[in-house]
Design a protein around this ligand. Structure first.
Ligand SMILES: *Cc1c(COP(=O)(O)O)cnc(C)c1O
Length: 450
């Protein structure tokens, strides 16, 4: 009669597990062997007729636990969706210079808070500031962890327990649970909502400013559009009214374009330079949306306000890390050198003409021997340019089950993320960074699917 005592001992299994110990270390291997033995005992108790696993069965099962426990879940994927700033896929892929700069400070000690000239303590806030001043003409700048924390920090430092005026048409949820009104409340600011969902007039601002107010906030609607019977004053007009009442204006731009998206056939996204030219006191935006850099929040504008922001205790809690500061600086330098369109991947993708994309889609069809090249749309995504798209060409595959095929693509190495439309799988070259790798993966998936 088989008996639970016939299971090999932990010591005996460990003695035969040198290969696993070398690869995964002794403590984790021990854990995996124990887990596997527990499972074997539990199974034997409920189904004794199935018998006991052999030594090699147990070691194989332990290996599969070890592999599962040590496999990262954050993995590179190929984005064939045509959504350039895909929030779920990590927004902006970085330029080579940006990756190199981040690598260098990650691998070495750095001047993060060290002034080389003076040989003493320096400020981490100094790093990207000069480049940002040069690029935008702003007096001062500070970089934090992301734009959500930038908004929180600005309001906490400048409007705690004070009135902040904002139009109801801008009280939006950006995605991932970032709700403008909730973040504003979190800062301790007293929200003063003006206008209606579709209309806000200059007179609404004027009446709200009759009471003592800390600031007027404008938030970019980012992922959503109000159309039809609408009205909103120009930023310049809001600034004039606010400044007459001695109230500062903060513009949460969201995506923070430094280049004009209209030149590539997208709708015009408000730029950082335009906000500053309209006279706003502070602008804030993300590092990883239309700027095309690593995750960060950038706050720009009047030096006296930036100084107050830097001194607020929250500034320490939401400060940017050294790799972020190195990466943002390297990305910004592409703009300063007028090479952004060539060097920053998202601008390279934005600037591709439909004809250039078509040539690649046709080359894909040639190599893969399947599908049709058809007209479609690519979108900017990432809470910028809502509802707007540019013409593109995609390789459309007709397969038995589009959903099953999408799943096979996701299971590939590296995974490929695509979309379906009218029962076809669409693959957009615009957002694919490496055609050779993409085609190698596709060939395998197609081969296995047939
Ligand atoms: C995206 C966005 C944010 C949040 O920025 P993160 O960098 O994702 O934290 C805040 N405000 C607006 C208007 C946005 O579009």
């Amino acid at each position: 009669m088989t008996n639970l005592r016939d299971l090999p001992s932990v010591e005996k299994l460990l003695g035969a597990a040198d290969h696993l110990i070398r690869e995964f270390g002794r403590p984790l291997t021990l854990d995996a062997i124990r887990t596997t033995l527990d499972e074997a005992r539990a199974r034997f108790t409920t189904q004794p007729e199935a018998g006991l696993p052999s030594m090699s069965d147990i070691l194989a099962q332990a290996r599969s636990h070890l592999t599962a426990w040590t496999s990262p879940t954050l993995l590179p994927v190929i984005n064939a969706t045509g959504v350039i700033l895909h929030t779920n896929l990590g927004r902006a892929p970085l330029s080579n210079a940006t990756i190199q700069a981040m690598n260098a400070v990650a691998a070495h000690y750095s001047t993060l808070e060290y002034d080389l000239e003076k040989g003493q303590r320096g400020s981490r806030f100094a790093h990207a500031e000069t480049v940002l001043q040069k690029l935008t003409g702003a007096e001062a700048a500070v970089i934090v962890n992301n734009n959500a924390s930038a908004v929180l920090l600005v309001l906490s430092a400048l409007a705690n327990k004070k009135r902040v005026v904002i139009s109801r048409s801008q009280l939006v949820e950006i995605g991932g649970g970032f709700r403008v009104p909730e973040v504003m409340k979190q800062s301790g600011a007293k929200l003063v909502e003006i206008g209606t969902t579709n209309k806000v007039r200059l007179s609404d601002y004027q009446s709200a400013l009759e009471e003592s107010t800390a600031l007027v906030m404008r938030a970019h609607r980012s992922n959503f559009k109000i159309v039809g019977f609408t009205e909103e004053p120009e930023l310049k007009e809001i600034v004039d009214v606010a400044h007459k009442a001695n109230v500062i204006v903060v513009d949460d731009l969201g995506s923070g374009a430094l280049l004009d998206t209209a030149q590539y056939g997208f709708v015009h996204e408000p730029t950082v330079q335009e906000s500053l030219a309209a006279g706003v006191d502070l602008v804030c935006f993300s590092g990883d949306k239309l700027l095309g850099g690593p995750q960060a929040g950038i706050i720009l504008g009047r030096r006296d306000l930036i100084d107050r922001i830097k001194k607020h205790p929250l500034a320490r809690a939401v400060r940017a890390d050294k790799t972020c500061l190195a990466g943002i600086t390297a990305t910004l330098l592409h703009y300063l050198r007028n090479e952004a369109e060539r060097e920053i991947p998202i601008w390279r993708m934005m600037s591709l003409t439909p004809e250039q994309v078509k040539i690649r889609a046709e080359a894909w069809r040639e190599v893969l021997g399947v599908g049709d090249v058809i007209k479609s749309e690519s979108t900017a995504g990432g809470g910028s340019l809502p509802d707007e798209s540019v013409s593109t060409f995609v390789l459309a595959l007709t397969v038995k089950s589009p959903d099953k095929f999408l799943k096979k693509l996701r299971e590939a190495n590296p995974p490929v993320i695509a979309r379906t439309e009218s029962d076809r799988v669409l693959l957009d070259p615009r957002t694919v960074l490496d055609d050779e790798l993409f085609l190698a993966v596709l060939k395998k998936v197609l081969h296995a699917y047939r």
